[in-house]
Design a protein around this ligand. Structure first.
Ligand code: ADP
Length: 543
């Protein structure tokens, strides 16, 4: 028996109409370093209509890709709405990639038009001659565009020439709406193509009270870039709830972030751990008012417990950890503690990777592909499936990444009976010592709990006896002693004795990927090239 319900297409067009009509007065603010730019939802929606009309006039048809090389700002938001709603595909480009990777992604995605912030023209100029499919460059912002040659179009002129009231086409909810390439932390970038339906459902899933409960009263600061897994879905989630937005533009350093949170009364912000760590250090030296903040999501990499605790002490705000990947739109789990958790146990729960959200199914599998129990002990690869999880990659089916209809995440961990995941490593970062796994994530988290330590990353290095042993790479606070023995003594008793690293190195900073995660590939290469000065402590803990 079929239902009596309408077969209503789940498209971004509905979210667009809803935000505009119901929350037309909500505001999108773009930080400029001087006077912030402000626009209402109603104004932004009208500009999105004009943008769609301009793109159509330039020859953009349904299914064509429109690339964006933009910071988090108002114009990028306009493209987030206009491009998918006109049936074209928004392709967000990571502006921190090396030029050859950027060119590869634009060519592989076959972008027809590229919208670029004028401040990013120098980056585009370096790849421009290698782009095979781009027919038009559209420059947003006022800077000089002459480096792009005569053909570059000006965003404001294009949209000013159009009338509002674009006739949006009827779309299939399964049609492509947006695409995003994985950052290639552990391999070549692969394209994930989101559908209208997947974005629609993800927006509802994330806005769900058990995930990121936002309302019209919130002011959202998406620090996570709009090119990094769609800014974790926040533009669509917030727009459909009518939240205010504060778009940080290129101002991602601690000082301007602190200023915009205070000045714009931001209530909710989302970013990778390094951003919050930088903000904490800034707060040590500078009076900062973050009292408007009520909620923070932090993810993209393991969130150290020390960061959660120190942030709470300084601001009163408990960070919630999120886990996900470009392939999962990205939200798959959030670490809201279980009902009744006393204050003193909050940090412990929030330091776990998270509890899978409704809309995503999860299992862990062992080496033989068999399913492992959710007992908090068994460790295996995490696999997920659901309506906002990708089933392949753009022009690359990558069968090795899928298993009987599940996505193999490449993340290794355990799940407890409450559904809380604890990721111990990425499969490629796992340290296998004498046939047993050492969790680099757990060891580095423990090291980061030491008061002298700013950051630490642990990698596996070759060892003649044990195949691999952990090497701890540590960034110390200014003036702190380089005392590996004291750090190892601090870890003693908190992890298995044979997990304790005997090799240590002190570095000025941990190298980062294009989205601000620890880049362990670079550390491994530096070690292999003999570029790291290693302190070896006596007495291997494995014995
Ligand atoms: P890339 O794979 O190129 O780094 P993504 O942003 O898609 O780009 O990264 C997804 C990966 O980030 C996950 O598979 C996982 O390894 C890591 N990750 C995300 N959130 C967390 C978290 N809370 N704890 C540990 N790892 C995380």
């Amino acid at each position: 028996m079929l239902s009596t319900m309408m077969d209503f297409p789940l498209t971004i067009q509905h979210l667009f109409r809803h935000g505009r009509r119901i929350y037309g007065k909500s505001e999108v603010v773009t930080w400029t370093g001087a006077e912030p730019r402000r626009v209402s939802y109603a104004q932004l929606a009208e500009r999105a209509e004009r943008l769609a009309a301009a793109l159509k006039r330039l020859g953009v048809r349904e299914g064509d890709r429109v690339g964006t090389l933009q910071w988090n700002n108002q114009e990028h938001f306009e493209a987030y709405l206009a491009v998918p709603c006109m049936g074209a595909v928004l392709h967000t480009l990571n502006l921190r990639l090396f030029p050859d990777q950027l060119a590869y992604i634009v060519n592989h995605g076959e972008d027809k038009v590229l919208i670029v912030d004028s401040s990013l023209i120098p980056l585009l100029v370096r790849v421009k001659d290698h782009l095979k499919t781009v027919e038009h460059f559209i420059v947003a912002g006022e800077g000089d565009a002459s480096a792009l040659g005569d053909g570059a179009l000006r965003y404001e002129e294009l949209i000013a020439a159009e009338a509002p009231g674009f006739a949006w086409p009827t779309l299939d909810e399964r049609a492509a709406a947006a695409m995003c390439y994985t950052t290639g932390t552990t391999g070549d970038p692969k394209g994930v193509v989101y559908s209208h339906r997947s974005i629609f459902l993800h927006s509802f899933g994330v806005g769900h009270a058990a995930a990121v409960p936002l309302t019209e009263k919130d002011r959202v600061l998406p620090i996570v870039p709009m090119f990094h897994a769609m800014s974790w879905g926040l533009p669509y989630v917030g727009w459909s709830c009518g939240t205010g937005f504060v778009m940080p533009g290129p101002f991602l350093q601690a000082e301007p972030l602190a200023q915009m949170i205070a000045a714009e009364k931001v209530t909710y912000a989302a970013a990778v751990p390094t951003i919050w760590n930088d903000l904490l250090r800034f707060m040590d030296q500078n009076p900062t008012d973050l009292s408007s903040l009520t909620m923070i999501t932090c993810g993209g990499a393991a969130v150290p417990r020390a960061l959660i605790e120190r942030f709470q002490e300084k601001t009163g705000v408990w960070i919630t950890q999120g886990w996900g990947m470009t392939e999962t739109s990205p939200i798959a789990a959030l670490s809201w503690p279980p009902r009744g958790t006393p204050e003193e146990e909050q940090a412990e729960w929030r330091a776990k990777t998270g509890r899978v959200v409704a809309g995503v199914e999860l299992r862990i599998t062992g080496d033989d592909g068999g399913e492992l129990p959710w007992d908090g002990q068994a460790v295996g690869e995490i696999e997920v499936r659901g309506p906002w999880v990708t089933a392949s990659y753009h022009r690359n089916p990558a069968p090795e990444r899928f298993h009987d209809g599940w996505l193999r995440t490449g993340d290794v961990g355990s799940v407890d009976p409450h559904g809380f995941i604890q990721i111990s490593d990425r499969a490629k970062d796992v340290i296998k010592s004498g046939g047993e796994w050492i969790s680099s994530v757990e060891v580095e988290n423990k090291i980061m709990g030491h008061p002298h330590v700013i950051e630490a990353a642990v990698i596996g290095v070759p060892d003649p006896t044990w195949d691999e042993r952990p090497l701890a790479c540590v960034v110390l606070k200014d003036g702190a002693p380089r005392d590996a023995a004291a750090l190892r003594a601090f870890l003693d008793g908190t992890v298995s004795p044979w997990w304790l690293p005997e090799r240590w190195t002190f570095v000025p900073e941990i190298p980062r990927t294009s989205v601000g995660k620890f880049d362990k590939k670079v550390l491994r290469t530096r070690y292999a090239n003999g570029e790291l000065e290693i302190v070896t402590l006596e007495g291997s803990a494995r014995e």
